[in-house]
Design a protein around this ligand. Structure first.
Ligand code: GLN
Length: 285
């Protein structure tokens, strides 16, 4: 088949499968599988494609039509400009989560300017490792630990740390269960979707992403409560607890943190103007 015929075939298949971004995705498929970028395509739209690659296209297109996320098929997802390996064992890094990393990096650099050169950072519920690894890349002197309850997720995180040459430690732990010592920063994007809401999410998320990484139980706040309750034991004086939240969880989490005695609670918005990041500081009075 020619490039034009193939592009049309991809476009139509994705559209019929109800994939909203079918236009954008069909170009990604063409580049990923055949190495043909838009500019190459327009130079030679009637060029014949490699039949072996066409067979691979059929294989992955069949999966994509069943709404397997494109990132799982490609085995990669860009986050903070770094390529992260992903598969069904981890949540696909979201652009929203870049706000959490940007805020963490800003706070860590501030404290580095104020004399804390090598802050201890814990990324709790790390999944693919995208948060902690990006922080380590951007603040190389920080001492970063990644933890997750899922062995599979930790394998993915370890693979990403190696590939991106980030020197981090990995701990398999159910929240703080195996965590020892005290940290300057505890950063987490825990599961926060209320169980009932999951049913209504896109099939890519609902049917393929690990529910362990999404399900925040009935009200979505289960992990925030648990983490906030225990965090003070693992935070140094002045230490910071920093969370990603769902857009409607800011007030609830503020209350949870205030009750637990956290100070300087702040909420920041993401690029869409929605509440996305919450921080609190452990100060003993
Ligand atoms: N932001 C993710 C979503 O909307 C959920 C992430 C999480 O639960 N931590 O799918």
């Amino acid at each position: 088949m020619t490039a034009r015929e193939t592009l049309d075939r991809i476009r139509v298949s994705l559209k019929e499968a109800g994939i909203e971004e079918f236009e954008y995705e069909s170009w990604i498929f063409l580049e990923w599988i055949f190495g043909i970028r838009r500019a190459d395509y327009y130079m030679d739209p009637n060029g014949m494609l490699n039949p072996e690659k066409e067979a691979f296209l059929e294989e992955v297109l069949a999966k994509r039509i069943r709404r397997v996320p494109l990132q799982y098929l490609m085995g990669s997802c860009e986050f903070m400009g770094y390529p992260f390996f992903v598969d069904e064992r981890v949540l696909i890094p979201r652009q929203d989560t870049e706000c959490l990393v940007e805020k963490a990096v800003e706070l860590i650099r501030d404290s580095q300017r104020n004399g804390k050169e090598a802050p201890q950072v814990l990324d709790l519920c790390t999944g693919s490792g995208c948060i902690g690894i990006s922080i380590k890349k951007l603040c190389p002197k920080a001492v970063v630990t990644l933890s997750d309850v899922s062995e599979g997720a930790l394998e993915v995180a370890g693979r990403n740390a190696d590939a991106l040459e980030a020197e981090v430690s990995l701990i398999q732990s159910d929240l703080f269960e195996k965590i020892r010592g005290k940290y300057d920063y505890i950063i987490s994007n825990p599961p926060y979707i209320p169980t009932k809401v999951i049913e209504g999410l896109m099939p890519e998320v609902r049917d393929y992403e690990p529910h362990l990484a999404l399900d925040g139980t009935a009200d979505g706040l289960f992990f925030y409560r648990k983490i906030v309750q225990e965090a003070e034991k693992y935070l140094k004086e002045g230490g910071v607890l920093l969370f990603e939240i769902g857009q409607e969880q800011g007030a609830d989490l503020t209350e949870i943190m205030e009750k637990q005695g956290f100070a300087q609670i702040k909420i920041w918005k993401d690029l869409a103007g929605l509440d996305r990041v919450v921080m609190g500081r452990r100060l003993t009075i």
